[in-house]
Design a protein around this ligand. Sequence first.
Ligand code: SF4
Ligand code: SF4
Length: 378
Amino acid sequence: MDPIERLKAASDRNALKLVEAREAGRRVVGHYCLYSPVELVLAAGAIPVPLCGTRAEPIPAAEEILPRNLCPLIKSSFGFAVTDTCPFLAASDLLVADTTCDGKKKMFELLAAYKPIHVLQLPQNQDPVSALPYWRNEIVRLKERLEREFGVVIGDGELRQAIRVLNRERELTRRLMDTAKSDRPPLTGHEMLGIMHRLGFFPDKAEGDALLGSVVEELEARVAAGESSVAPGRPRILLTGVPVGLGSDKAVRLIEEAGGLVAVFESCGGYKHVFQVDEDGDPIEAIARAYLATPCSVMSPNPGRLELIERLCREFRADGVIDLTWQGCHTYNIESYTVKRFVGEQLGLPFLQLETDYSESDTGQLKVRLEAFVEMLG
Ligand code: SF4
Ligand code: SF4
């Protein structure tokens, strides 16, 4: 079977395998953000699962409690708890959350009524003198909570092993995305998103990483052979901004239906996520340092995002940049002005901001704007 089809088929069984692993005594930790250090979860012998909501279905139930004008990602995440419709959330013994944006951190207070939750107090900037020691202390607090909760001791050896496992996984994910650097990318951006979305849900990391490894080898071979499912000459777009996944993939789909190619995802499900943690030093310090460097708009200031956009535009030869923001997301919406100026003035590239939600109500209007943008790039 084709490695991509094999990965998809295996991922369809992940919810069931998670239940089986739990029945066999494994503990499960759900997390909501790229700032949550999953190395600690692995080192505690537990299974990490990402829980950020990417589906529209649970939003009406969330709106019975949360304000309607909130970011759809927050409403979707909370709606899954209210409706009890996410098998990964249902299987979680503990939730790990971070005080990122205002909406998320206040939602987590309400989420505590549904599941035990540990909230990491994330600093608002990345200053190595003030913020880093504070964040390191938060990582230690999480380690102590996991030890108490699961009756384990997390030593430096377990942490180093977890760092190695996740570094390898992130390196494979980087190689996966890098296949789109080719003039003839083997996949469309939407196909790439479909693979990346599934990667986080494997209860058995070794199985997930082996499947990912075979997909990477297959795609690298297709690049070497010049095989591509993408029509040549499509304008290459860097997509930055809020996280996207299956269910919240409307913008990616519409960009590609308009004739563009999402060559690279800068967002936290994409390139922001493929950092490496130092394998040799103090593991807690190394984890704190690597995670705090995540260039998300919740940081003030957030220069790392512009540096990353600049590097990715060069490496992936972007013809234009699209900044996706969810309605109600103040940090990304406000930062969009800075990104627009940077992309136009420093990189000399066309820029478009899209503000939308998970519904299809604005699809027609987005389509018209995207067709005009892609035509201009062509
Ligand atoms: S966009 Fe920022 S706050 Fe939201 S999940 Fe990603 S890293 Fe966390
Ligand atoms: S997209 Fe924005 S508002 Fe929504 S959870 Fe992330 S940072 Fe918060």
